[in-house]
Design a protein around this ligand. Structure first.
Ligand code: ACO
Length: 435
């Protein structure tokens, strides 16, 4: 039983007169936290929080989410304003450094990133080791992990210059690796990065261009790509970011940590959700079949979820989903797609779900992935590349969070405890006595 007093919370163990006074810490926004670091020393007990839904694992100044109000801020700036007025590299600077850059700082940052877009030529041969039908996330994870074998000159995590150059290398090279993973899967030549293009335009170029023809970009699609990258750039202490921090807390190098983040992002409950949304829409097939599908989702025994709905933190409309919905209409308009059956299905599914008591009572709203799959499919991305694209954007958030953690004087190795429910101590029984 806890009793929150001003500045501290007192935890009293019922049935004993033992109590601990635990300090309360307050941030600039969001709920206060109880500092339980001394709890085990004082009372000999742990806290229990599977999934960490009520636990602040670190102090951070990067991203703030108010899930009840549907608010997302990067370094204090609302995501809507950044999506409307900023660019992905400006947001990258903001997340890494804390403030928006001056024009000179922005130009220098951009020059620094684009100088690192090429891959070591020897890395090309890594791709040949993969089967052609390998999932591009498997390729991305492997090749990003392998970067640490190429950059011995920047692996000292305690050296600020090494941290800076590793961040630049990751932000710049992950799009090249991602695009090459795709080109490899379809048997087309790798396209080398074009440093005269913006970050988003260059990525679309490496994905879509072929050496035999001139490349025609589209400003609307480039802007949509830039916006998608901004929306996915960071999201507080989600599963993949926590994975990066946990791996980094051991002193592992940043390339290895980002590879761990990519592995964590791959799951369908996290970055794999937009791929799952499209599969779900294709499986439903027609608006007439929505009621039957919704009934399956509501059936406790079916294990079917409405993909692209629900979020651990947002119990309101995900602010990114609203921007995605608008972008979706812009992209389909630019591509001249007037009637997209999947979009029609998504809009109707959303309408029905938002008026259904099951979803209302559980506060399940569309998340960022509900519309992103439709946009990416219309732009020509195969579904297997959706999560890869997410990783391209999130690399900025991961490396910003990793850098913040390394620079935090309170940083310790991440080492959770457990509630053990296995067998108590018992003695070994020889096999002959077990029959
Ligand atoms: N469809 C149907 N029911 C759902 C859904 C959903 N998408 N999401 C949650 N619920 C229900 C659960 O069955 C549960 O019901 P119960 O209380 O009757 O048991 C209740 O809502 C709470 O669900 P939890 O799984 O406890 O919520 P949690 O916070 O752990 O899960 C998650 C969040 C994993 C995102 C979940 O909502 C989900 O699986 N959504 C679909 C996958 C998805 O879109 N993921 C993308 C997330 S955004 C991102 O990673 C970029």
């Amino acid at each position: 039983m806890s009793d929150i007093a001003k500045g501290s919370a007192t935890l009293t163990l019922e049935g004993s007169n033992r109590a601990a006074e635990l300090p309360m810490l307050t941030g600039t926004l969001g709920p206060a936290v109880v500092d339980i670091r001394r709890l085990y020393n004082d009372l000999g007990i742990f806290t229990y929080d599977p999934g960490y839904g009520g636990t602040a694992s670190c102090e951070s100044k990067i991203t703030y989410i108010d899930g009840d109000e549907g608010v997302l801020l990067y370094r204090g700036y609302p995501i809507e304003q950044l999506a409307e007025h900023s660019s992905f590299l400006e947001v990258a600077y903001l997340l890494l450094n804390g403030d928006l850059p001056t024009r000179a700082e922005h130009a220098e940052f951009e020059r620094g990133i684009i100088r690192h877009t090429m891959l070591h030529e020897q890395l090309r041969s890594f791709f040949n080791g993969f089967r052609r039908d390998a999932h591009p996330m498997a390729v991305l994870c492997g090749v990003v992990g392998a970067l640490s074998a190429f950059y011995h000159d920047s692996l000292d995590i305690n050296n600020p210059e090494h941290r800076r150059i590793s961040a630049f290398r990751l932000i710049a090279k992950v799009p090249t690796i991602a695009a090459w993973a795709y080109k490899y899967s379809i048997g087309q030549p790798f396209m080398y990065p074009r440093n005269d293009m913006s970050f988003a335009e260059n990525f679309l170029y490496m994905m879509n261009a072929v050496p035999a023809e001139p490349f025609k970009g589209s400003p609307i699609l480039t802007q949509a790509m830039d916006r998608i990258l901004i929306l996915h750039a960071d999201h507080e202490q989600n599963a993949s970011t926590s994975t990066v921090r946990l791996a980094g807390s051991t002193g592992a190098n940043p390339f290895a940590c980002i590879a761990a983040g990519i592995a964590s992002l791959w799951g369908p409950a996290h970055g794999g959700a937009n791929e799952a949304v499209l599969k779900m829409l294709e499986e439903i097939g027609h608006v007439d079949r929505i009621p039957e599908f919704i009934a399956r989702v509501k059936d406790k025994n079916s294990n079917v979820r409405l993909m692209g709905f629900g979020h651990r933190v947002y119990k309101n409309y995900d602010p990114r989903a609203k921007i995605m919905q608008r972008t979706c209409h812009e992209v389909l308009g630019e591509l001249g797609i007037k009637d997209d059956p999947l979009l029609d299905l998504a809009v109707e599914l959303e309408r029905i779900a938002l008026s259904d008591e099951y979803f209302i009572s559980k506060k399940l709203y569309p998340n960022v992935d509900f519309y992103s799959g439709i946009i990416l499919k219309a732009m020509g991305f195969p579904t297997s590349m959706f999560t890869v694209l997410f990783a391209v954007a999130r690399t900025v958030g991961w490396i910003s969070q990793w850098k913040e953690m390394i620079e935090d004087p309170l940083q310790r190795i991440g080492r959770p405890r457990q509630l053990y429910t296995g067998a108590p101590r018992r003695d070994y029984v020889p096999a002959s006595a077990r029959d």
